[in-house]
Write a protein that binds this ligand. Structure first.
Ligand SMILES: NC(=O)c1ccc[n+]([C@@H]2O[C@H](COP(=O)([O-])OP(=O)(O)OC[C@H]3O[C@@H](n4cnc5c(N)ncnc54)[C@H](OP(=O)(O)O)[C@@H]3O)[C@@H](O)[C@H]2O)c1
Length: 264
C-alpha cells in the first residue's frame, strides 16, 4: 500500500488526486496539506471530498502532513514549492512536483534536492501527452523541412498562460531537430510562414480541459496528431502513477517520460 501526502489538497488538482487516490485500493492518503488561513483546515479529508471520513484532517503543518507518507504529491502553486520540498528533504520523502509555471530558481532547487531524494517534475501528468510529443517528433523527422509545423491548443476560458506549458514543451522538443532550429519561444504565428519555424496558436474558451494538436502542412497533404483530455481526472490518475513509479527509486531528477518508459 503506497502512502501519499497531498499538498494544495483543497485546490482543483489536489481534490482530484485525493479522489483518485481514495478510490484506489493500493493507495492510502495519510496527509493533506493546505496553507494557513485556508477555509477547510481541520476538516476530515474524506468528508471534504464528499466520501466516508478518513480520520485525516486537512492541516497547514507540512511536518505533520508528510510524517507517515512514502511520497509527497505537490499539487499547490510554485509559491508553495520551496516550503514543501524543504520539508520533504528534511523527512527524506520522495517528491512529485505537479505544478506548472516553475521559474529557473525553482528548477535549480528541485535539481539540488534530487541529489538527496527522488524528485519527479511533472507539470503535465497526462501520459498521452508524452506519446503525442514522441509521435510529433517522429513525424517531423520523417516528413522533413517541406512541411510547416504548427501547434494548436485550446483550454478553458480561465487558463492564465498562453501558449500552454505543454505547447511550449512540444515546440521545444521539435525545435531540437535540425530543420526546425530557427524556432524561438514563444513560437509566434507568422504570415507568411518562414521556413524552419514552428508556430504555436492558443484558443481559450468554455470549460475545455485541454486539447493539443500538432499539424504538419505540406503541399499535397496535411497530417494532424491530436491529444484531447476528456476528463481532467486524467491528470490526477497520472500523478498517482508517477508517485507509484517514483517510490523506492534512488535519489535523482525524473520526468513523466520516465514513467511512460520512453526517453525524450
Ligand atoms: N501536472 C498536471 O498535469 C497538472 C494538471 C492540472 C493543473 N496543474 C497545475 O497544478 C497547480 C494547481 O492547479 P489547481 O488548478 O489545482 O489550482 P488551484 O485550484 O488554485 O489550487 C491551488 C492549491 O494550492 C494552494 N496554494 C496556492 N498557493 C500556495 C502557496 N504559495 N503555498 C501553499 N499552498 C498554496 C491553494 O490553497 P488556497 O486555496 O488556500 O489558495 C490550493 O489548495 C497549478 O500550477 C496548475 O497549473 C498541473
Amino acid at each position: 500500500m503506497l502512502k501519499l501526502a497531498i499538498t494544495g489538497c483543497t485546490g482543483r488538482m489536489g481534490q482530484r488526486v485525493l479522489k483518485e487516490a481514495n478510490r484506489d485500493p493500493n493507495i492510502e492518503v495519510v496527509g493533506a496539506l493546505s496553507r494557513p488561513g485556508n477555509l477547510f483546515l481541520g476538516q476530515d479529508v474524506g468528508v471534504f471530498i464528499g466520501q466516508e471520513p478518513l480520520d485525516i484532517s486537512i492541516t497547514d503543518n507540512p511536518t505533520l502532513a508528510f510524517k507517515n507518507a512514502d511520497v509527497v504529491v505537490d499539487c499547490s502553486k510554485p509559491g508553495g514549492l520551496e516550503t514543501h520540498l524543504q520539508e520533504a528533504l528534511q523527512q527524506n520523502k520522495a517528491f512529485v512536483a505537479c505544478m506548472t509555471g516553475l521559474s529557473e530558481t525553482h528548477k535549480a532547487f528541485l535539481e539540488t534536492a534530487s541529489t538527496k531524494i527522488p524528485v519527479l517534475v511533472a507539470p503535465n501528468t497526462s501520459l498521452g501527452n508524452v506519446l503525442l510529443r514522441k509521435m510529433a517528433v517522429l513525424a517531423a523527422e520523417i516528413l522533413g523541412p517541406s512541411y510547416d509545423v504548427s501547434i494548436m491548443e485550446m483550454h478553458h476560458r480561465s487558463k492564465v498562460d498562453a501558449p500552454s506549458g505543454t505547447s511550449l514543451s512540444l515546440a521545444h522538443a521539435l525545435a531540437n531537430l535540425e530543420h526546425l532550429k530557427k524556432s524561438n519561444p514563444p513560437y509566434p504565428a507568422q504570415s507568411p510562414r518562414t521556413e524552419g519555424t514552428i508556430e504555436c496558436v492558443s484558443l481559450r474558451g468554455g470549460n475545455v480541459p485541454g486539447e493539443h494538436t500538432v499539424i504538419f502542412a505540406g503541399d499535397k497533404d496535411l497530417l494532424k496528431i491530436e491529444h484531447r483530455v476528456l476528463d481532467p481526472s486524467l491528470f490526477a490518475h497520472g500523478a498517482i502513477l508517477a508517485a507509484q513509479w517514483l517510490f523506492g527509486r534512488p535519489p535523482g531528477l525524473y520526468a513523466i517520460d520516465d514513467v511512460v518508459g520512453i526517453s525524450s
